[in-house]
Design a protein around this ligand. Structure first.
Ligand code: FMN
Length: 353
């Protein structure tokens, strides 16, 4: 096994990060990947401080090596009653079909950005790695994280974002190609036309920054890992391929969609949160259009869709569920995370092809 900059930066055996996936996993998946030699990640964007504390206790007491905890760092929008009303009007046919009264559906955020409250929970654990999506937190918050000697990562979707992250203190940059499942980490631009595929993005970021670059998006097997490393990546971050592991909490409808032919058609959509994220096309996306302008600002779109999602999931259907997936779901298998990790790790061996 060749030495990789990332392995020494994080002190892990494999330069492989299991992508944090809010809503689809907790500490169990992270622990399984850590035990298999990778860097397991805990997504915290949808956790209360109490739930985060409990998950961190599990990680600290059971993790075989270092681990990562992940936060969003968006600026919460000011709630806008008119925008919320427009959104509920757009969803009206679905409410009618489901027999739901939209006036009884509570509004709310669902995802909270990193804050001093969350930092208070983190501090006693001094996480080995803290990763962020949508940029970096404010300088005072980032300084707190760095004071614990935690390594700091964040996602870049353009060369400019990678340079910005390096200039503002990231120890490594995750180059998130357009193939990636879940939310685009974009934070310097809203223009989807700026977004590059992994094959184009990774070498351009490698050429533009000095910090290690981690390739993400569409990597599902050892050949994908080899391709990313050939492009100059110091390691990889893999999400979708772990979604059907028994250690993930992915719902039954989501697992079924990942295993079906439907997984071949993903799109970027704002319907489930307000920010573009990649998921398998379903009835809500087909009916409203995946980028319908009625969806309110992130993360306010989520609350109005939540009861519709629950209604159809109870019927065994993902019509209104965020079926997050990258463009390459071919790595999704009902196998333990250790097996998925071992298969991906073949890509780090010196063996050709
Ligand atoms: C179900 C799902 C949820 C995700 N949630 C998060 C998250 O909470 N935080 C984050 O930084 N990235 C999140 N991502 C994006 C991943 O970090 C990563 O960019 C992506 O999974 C890589 O592409 P792949 O899915 O093709 O492997 C998520 C991805 C998926 C598939």
């Amino acid at each position: 096994m060749p030495a990789h900059a990332l392995s020494s930066l994080f002190d892990v055996r494999l330069p492989l990060i299991q992508a944090p996936m809010a809503g689809s996993q907790g500490a169990a998946l992270a622990l399984a990947v850590c035990a298999a030699g990778g860097l397991g990640s805990l997504p915290a964007a949808m956790l209360t401080p109490e739930a985060l504390q409990a998950e961190l206790q599990r990680l600290r007491s059971q993790a075989a090596g270092p681990w990562n905890v992940n936060f969003f760092c968006h600026t919460p929008p000011v709630p806008d009653a008119a925008a919320e009303a427009r959104w509920r009007a757009a969803l009206r046919p679905f409410y009618d079909e489901a027999g739901i009264d939209p006036t009884k559906v509570p509004a709310g955020a669902g995802r909270v950005p990193f804050s001093h409250t969350m930092a208070d929970v983190l501090e006693p654990f001094a996480p080995p790695v803290v990763s962020f999506h949508f940029g970096l937190p404010a300088p005072d918050l980032l300084a707190r994280v760095k004071s614990w000697s935690s390594r700091v990562l964040s996602s870049a979707t353009t060369v400019e974002e990678a340079q910005w992250l390096q200039a503002h203190g990231a120890d490594a940059v995750i180059a998130q190609g357009l193939e990636a499942g879940g939310h685009r980490g974009m934070f310097l631009t809203d223009a989807l036309g700026t977004q590059l595929g992994t094959l184009a993005l990774v070498p351009q970021i490698v050429a533009a920054v000095q910090v290690p670059v981690i390739a993400a998006g569409g990597i599902a097997d050892a050949a994908g890992v080899r391709a990313a490393m050939a492009l100059g990546a110091a390691g990889v971050q893999v999400g979708t391929a772990y979604l059907c592991c028994p250690e993930a909490t992915t719902s039954a409808v989501h697992r079924a969609a990942l295993h079906s032919a439907a997984a071949r058609h993903t799109e970027l959509t704002t319907l489930f949160s307000g920010r573009p994220a990649r998921g398998i096309v379903n009835r809500l996306m087909e009916t409203l259009g995946p980028l319908n302008p009625a969806a309110p600002a992130f993360p306010l779109a989520t609350a109005a869709v939540a009861p519709l999602r629950a209604h159809f999931e109870a019927l065994g259907r993902g019509d209104c569920s965020p079926l997050w997936s990258g463009q390459n779901a071919s790595g999704c298998q009902n196998r333990p995370a250790a097996d998925i990790t071992a298969a991906l790790a073949e890509g780090f061996s010196d063996r050709a092809g």
